[in-house]
Structures are given as C-alpha cells and as structure tokens.
Ligand binder design. Sequence first.
Ligand code: HEM
Length: 465
Amino acid sequence: MAREALTHAPAEPREADLADIQGMVYSGFADHPYAAYVFARLGTNPKLSRAWLASVRTRVTSAARETYQPHGRVQVALAPGGLRALGVPDLVIDDLPQEAKLGMHERTRTLGDPPASTWELGNEDTPLDVLVIIFARDEATRDQMIDRERSALETAGAHVYPAELSQDLGGREHFGFADGLSQPHLPGPHREPRNGGTAVATGEILLGYKNAYNALPHAPHWGDIDVGRNGTYLVFRKLAQDVAGFWGWLDKHARDLAPRDPAAAADLRELLAAKLVGRWRSGAPLTLTPDRDDPGFATPEMRNNFEFLPTDADGMRCPITSHVRRANPRDARGGSAQDSDDVVSRHRILRRGRSYGAPLDDAAARAGRDDGKPRGLYFISLQASIARGFEFIQQTWLSAPGFHGLHAEPDPIMGNGDGSSHATIPAQPLRLRLRNVPRVVTVRGGGYFFLPSLTALERFSAEPT
Ligand code: HEM
C-alpha cells in the first residue's frame, strides 16, 4: 500500500487482517501453558538466514483462529540486527523508532536498569537478533519444538542461546498474585470489552491503524510496501524475583505491628502485600474489597469493574503507590476523570508474560529463606510505540519517586528502588509508612523486537530487490 493511501487507515482489523497478524496479539495462548523463548544471533550469510525465515514463517500461528493447529504455536520477532542480517536495506531499518534501533541495553539509564554488563541476556556480548517463541500443551512437545527451531537456526549459521523456559504457576506470578488480569481491549475478534474493560485505539498496539491521537503510528516501509502494518513492537524483560526478600520483609513489618498476635500478624502480612500490589492474591481489586480478599471480586466480570475517583481518590483503599495504580492510573492520573482517561489511553500495553523457575515454598518465603534457585517473570509487552508504551510506564509511572505527589517513592514492586525508599499506605487515623523497601525485582536482561505481520515476514524472507 502506498504511503498516501494510509491516511484512510481503518480503525480496526478486518477479517482478512487476522490471518496476517501474529496470534499472540490477540491471545495469551493460555491453553498452551509450556512456553520457550529461543533467542539467536543470525549468521553472516543473508541467503541462509532468509531461507530460515521463509521456513519458520510457515509455522507461525496467526490470529485467525480457524487456522489454529491443534497443538503448538510459534511466533517470530526480529530485532534491527536480525533485519540487517537478513539483508533488509538500511533505509527500511532506519524507519524503525529510535528506541527500537538502539535496543534495550542502550536504554538502561532511561529505564533505571542495572548496567547491561551485568545482564545474562541481550547485552553487547549476547546480542539478540531474533526471538522465536514457542507455546505447547505439554513439556515433551515443547522440547521437540525447541529442538526443531534450534536446528533450523543452526543450519542457517545462527548462534542459538540456551532456551529460556517458562514455568506454569497456574495464572499466578512468583509473589503469589493472580497475573494477566487487566488488559486493554484491542478491537478485533472479541467484539466487546468485558465489564469495566477499556478499549484502546487499535493503533496503540498494532501498526497500520488509528491510534489514540487519531493518527497513524509511524511504521517502516519497504518501497511501496508498508511492512509495519499488522505488526507491533515486543518488549522482552527477564525479571528475577526475590520472593523471600518480599515476604520476609513484609512478615517482619507485620510482626512488629502485631507482636503478640501471630494470627493478626499473618492477616496484616497479606494486607500489606495487597496494598503494595493493589490487588489481593486472588486478583480481587482493593478498590472494590479493601479489607479482605474476596474471590467474588476476582471474577472476569468484576475484577476490572472499577475506577479510583468515585470511592478511592486519596488511595485509602488502593494506595497511590501500589503497582497496579501506578501502572494504570485509570481515572485518577490528575484533572477530571475524562482528562485522566485521555492521558492513560496513550500509555496502554498488552502483557503476554510468563513466569520462570520453580516456586519458593510459602513457609521459606515468609521466613525470608531463599533457596538460591533462579525464578522470576519473563515480562513481555506489545505496543505500537515502545517509548509511549513500556518505557513511559516504567520510567514515568513506576520508577518515578515523585509519582502523583508522592515523595521518594518508586513502585514497591518494580520501581528499581535501592533500599532507601518507602511505601506509604494511607489509613485513618494514621497512615502507615513502610521504610527501606527492598529491591525485590532485578532486571537480568532483555531486548526490543519487531513482531512483524506474516506479509512482512514474507517480504523479509524474499530477495531484497
Ligand atoms: C516481576 C515484575 C512484576 C510483577 C511481579 C508484576 C505483577 C503484577 C500483578 C500481580 C498485577 C495485577 C494483575 C493484573 O492486572 O494482571 C500487575 C498488573 C500490571 N502490571 Fe505488573 N508486574 C511486574 C512488572 C511489570 C512491569 C515491568 C510493567 C510495565 C513496565 C508492569 C505493568 C503492569 C500493568 C500495565 C498492569 C495492569 C494494571 C491495570 O491495568 O490495572 N508490570 N502486575
């Protein structure tokens, strides 16, 4: 499609587009609980790399459900280095947004990350050109799929890193909270948002559609072909979680607050953790049920059926510093509810993460006793602009110590605190201030990728005429 024609861009994908969009845009593939992330650096022969892409492309699952195979899903994402290795002209790669071209390891200062030299994945010594994502229903199939993708890449001269394997925690993350509950509704096959769910403009997630500014997101072009259309940008972060550090710290606070009453201390521990997350373990939002976990509020119909301003403007139920309130302030970002919704609608992401590593036993966690085994979250987000999506949320909302009138108070879960910050829990008659919030999540690496449409994958795998 010529550039000029794009001024008439549609607001949402049509039926035919679904067969062009990679499936993970519309599905978390929850029925395929075994995931693997295969990263590679492509070889020096572009012809071989293109042959690899041409072959893996045929295995990519699109968003058209009627084309789903009974078992196994493959998705392919490419970093600028991967496009270069495929022989894609610089003119096309130059069209990618600046942050995608720089890569995550060049953005550590913006993101407040530890130096990339400490990372396990994605720094200058371990460049990530491609990411092949595998979803399977069982472990044996996942392993076979990894072998197939690894050998396809190696045949093309690529260096393949050890596969990153997910661990199914039954819809929870390692701290024990239900995860993946609040997602923006992306127009497409699911016609209506669920109760309380908010629709994003399609162009906030997918290239080729109108975004929240009623404009087209910037997209790379190859001659007359809009190779951006129906694609999106994928952020991958390997985030190690210190489960014993989190629960051990909260347990100490709870016992200090109720020194002679172990049952009351146990309840307080749960309450404090929920106050930091913004939801109870079940996923029930604090704004709807502030005093105790009530799974009745965690149902798909109820769990997002709330705003902050009507009942919780000052954070008495769900603290302003809590992770979910910072990551999506809904109507309470400032000004009127409408002003806030407008701002927030420009900073939404689709989360498609999975956990890794075996869970830590509850009793050990409470006692602050780590077992030394690696565990954490493969955080994955999809957005049409990494700068306005993931980076904005991380930098301006999660890491900012002055978020919404707070002082020296980054996100207690994901704020890159250095142990000197605090977390304020509004309460009557006195607020509670938890001091020296430990760093419970550490960035171990990651990368920025383009998740192209199937059409673009085809173009990238053909001779670059
Ligand atoms: C190990 C690190 C993390 C943990 C344990 C974690 C945990 C959670 C939990 C338990 C929820 C509530 C359930 C849900 O709505 O899915 C949540 C929501 C969310 N998180 Fe995180 N998260 C982490 C990292 C991040 C990062 C790095 C970002 C983005 C930069 C992020 C953005 C969000 C967003 C946007 C929501 C939804 C908020 C809403 O719409 O209500 N999270 N997270």
